[in-house]
Ligand binder design. Structure first.
Ligand code: ZN
Length: 138
């Protein structure tokens, strides 16, 4: 699981997470990484965020017919198939990396410092917009 901080062209800040750097790169290239506040496709990683080992630059491809729905479906699918470890995310990611816990996809919360530390240990972490229902957006 990969986590990092994201920001959109309107300077909204949010977190996103992906299964791998490749997943993020693909979703970003497909225009499926969206700001949860305004739906902007112009999403980029914050300078202070974790640096990916193999960042994939966005390539301005046209968005899917309903990219917001597609992004939500993707995130919801990941939630269904991942284990919520909450604030234990950094510790559990580390245990999985060092094979002290079963390998699986996990999700949870982590600070930018946690992510940086994980990355320094060679553990890929990405952040994704949290799925929010339309009425929760502002
Ligand atoms: Zn925004």
């Amino acid at each position: 699981m990969i986590i990092f901080d994201l920001t959109c062209s309107a300077d909204h800040r949010f977190e996103g997470w992906f299964r791998s750097a490749e997943d993020f790169g693909q979703q970003e290239a497909d225009g499926m990484v969206l700001c949860p506040y305004c739906g902007s496709h112009e999403v980029k990683r914050l300078p202070s965020a974790v640096h990916l080992a193999s960042p994939t630059p966005a390539v301005g491809r046209p968005p899917e017919s309903d990219p917001l729905a597609a992004a939500r479906a993707f995130i919801e699918d990941m939630i269904r198939h991942s284990e919520d470890v909450g604030t234990a995310f950094a510790d559990e990611a580390r245990r999985i990396h060092y094979r002290e816990s079963p390998e699986r996809t996990i999700r949870g919360v982590a600070t930018a410092d946690d992510c940086a530390a994980l990355q320094e240990e060679g553990i890929d972490v990405l952040r994704l917009p949290r799925p929010k229902k339309r009425e929760e957006l502002n």
